[in-house]
Design a protein around this ligand. Sequence first.
Ligand code: G3P
Length: 218
Amino acid sequence: MKPLILINCKTYAEVSGEKGIRFARKIATVRSSKYEIAVAPPLLLLREVAQKVHIPVFAQHVDSDEYGPHTGQILPAEVKEAGARGVILNHSERKLGFERLVESVKLCKKKGLEVVICASSVAEVKKVAKLKPEYIAYEPAALIGGDVSVVSAKPGVIGDVVKIVKRVSAQTRVLCGAGVHTREDLQTAIRLGAFGVLLAHAIVKARDPAMVLRKMMR
Ligand code: G3P
């Protein structure tokens, strides 16, 4: 498998509505023999992006409910049916209680969704690794949205995270996130043993997202 670049669109205005479809289409024009590129569009665009754009799509969040009287909940079964390949859970901007996270992971696996669990500390990495997700995204909350990347600020910690995850759940891959914005960030993350990166503002808020992504992958 090729290292993963997962672009979290969050709820930025630059990718709301039709702009989000155009963004996903632009990103889908970026081809790479070295990396796999995936997007997590705004939730209301998930189905349209999955159906109109040939790119793996992840849901930014799901709840741990099955069909039934759960007003306003986002169901794993629905995002799967809408075309999602996977889900992001426990993002710093959408944290879950541990019990709820355990239930969500179980249900997502049952529905055949790949799971990315975000963790903002080494202690949290140790805890969520026991749930054996496909991916753990190590994202220190304080660096999210900034221009100092986790890769340049905490290279040693990334090495530790990779070791811990390998020990607790060998099949789980580590993604680095928070402030990732350069080619060096991406290459260093891979060199430190990560399987890829989770990023947002550097691509989503760029004037030319496809160009920035191409530069990052050179
Ligand atoms: O989920 C990715 C995210 O939290 C990182 O955001 O803007 O620092 O790349 P950003």
